[in-house]
Design a protein around this ligand. Structure first.
Ligand SMILES: C[S@@+](CC[C@H](N)C(=O)[O-])C[C@H]1O[C@@H](n2cnc3c(N)ncnc32)[C@H](O)[C@@H]1O
Length: 345
């Protein structure tokens, strides 16, 4: 991955970044940009998840405005993503497989009565823990900002009163203080705009002695694969189209996660582990998860059939005997809310 780190230490973490990029970094195309922020954390602008400039109703008139980072992500998941997300080929391969292994390794201590899944999507965590929760009488609450994803979860669990699903996010958890024994989250935390805000909300709703197990994409995840995607996009979109529609994803290191949680030392014990593995697959295998999770990427591509052929060519170019590689990197963040620290709330 090429890193363009000069001269943009002041780049802001909002949509104005793209204006700066278009104006100043045209020659950097087609890289994946890593933007240092004033807090020292890096944000990656990766044309991996692309969202279109969408017409939005404003004051009665139809106008074009860039969607915010959060709106873009949530809309993307609500639309096509939610439909293809339940596909077994998505759930059994790469991120789906990583998620299943992560969930299997979570320890739910005997005290757990209420488990909250943040960014629950279509209910993946509860699908995997169903028998355990049933046997132990554990209640599951899913919080999810994307209507399309949440509706699927609600429909699946509509006859089971042990589960409820609420609109909300890491930044706004619609639950009272100290109402949850255990927070779980899979592949959603990298979408937050501020890890510290998310940490404060988690601390608020967790009971003293409660736990959190969070699975999050790490820095450099899928670097080779994303370069191939960008190379294919170059044949169809202008630099402006790619960068103007790129979204911001937090790709952090364990040290940066610890830093974001530092204000909560005393009330949170935080452990962060990084895992790296290469997952090989055929083009069709990769397309299942890629289309489920990155559906808007080709929204502005006119000749979608040709684009898929070009993407195939770029991905086949990095294939080795075992298949097309994806360099997966992810973090497991384990938190315990200490009894003493919580008393200051
Ligand atoms: C890759 S999906 C994972 C869904 C589910 N946890 C799973 O593993 O199948 C990411 C989810 O995060 C949600 N999300 C995006 N921004 C979020 C935020 N700020 N807070 C909570 N969830 C968010 C998306 O709507 C989407 O459902």
């Amino acid at each position: 991955m090429l890193r363009q780190q000069e001269a943009h230490a002041g780049a802001r973490r909002d949509t104005h970044v793209f204006g700066i990029l278009r104006g100043e970094f045209h020659e950097c195309y087609p890289t994946i940009f890593v933007l240092p922020t004033s807090s020292g954390r890096e944000l990656v602008v990766a044309p991996f998840l692309i969202s279109p400039l969408s017409p939005r109703k404003r004051g009665g008139g139809e106008q074009l405005r860039p969607m915010s980072h959060h709106e873009t992500t949530v809309q993307s998941y609500s639309e096509k993503g939610s439909l293809s997300y339940e596909d077994p080929a998505n759930k059994n391969f790469l991120y789906g497989d990583i998620t299943v292994r992560f969930i299997k390794n979570i320890i739910f201590p005997p005290k757990d009565r209420v488990v909250l899944d943040l960014g629950c999507g279509t209910g993946f965590v509860f699908d995997e823990t169903y028998q355990l929760f049933h046997d132990r009488g554990i209640r599951g609450i899913g919080v999810e900002p994307a209507d399309g994803m949440r509706q699927i979860a609600m429909t699946k669990y509509r006859d089971d009163h042990s589960y409820s699903f609420l609109a909300g996010s890491f930044e706004h958890i619609p639950l009272p203080d100290r109402s949850v024994d255990h927070i779980v989250s899979t592949l959603a935390l990298h979408w937050v705009e501020s890890l510290s805000v998310a940490a404060a909300e988690m601390r608020r709703v967790l009971n003293p002695g409660g736990n959190a197990d969070l699975l999050m994409i790490a820095r450099d995840d899928g670097a080779r694969f994303k370069k191939a995607i960008v190379a294919a996009l170059r044949r169809h979109l202008t630099f402006g189209q790619i960068m103007a529609t790129a979204t911001l994803v937090q790709r952090v290191t364990p040290a940066q996660v610890k830093e974001a949680f530092a204000p909560f030392v005393g009330s949170f014990d935080v452990d962060v582990h990084r895992f790296d593995e290469v997952v090989y697959g055929r083009f069709a295998d990769h397309m299942k998860w890629w289309q489920a999770r990155s559906s808007p990427v080709i929204a502005e591509v006119r000749d979608k059939k040709q684009f898929m052929q070009d993407l195939r060519e770029e991905l086949e170019a990095i294939r080795i005997d075992r298949g097309i590689p994806f360099d997966a990197s992810y973090l497991w963040i384990k938190i315990t809310a200490t009894e003493s620290g919580m008393s200051s709330l």
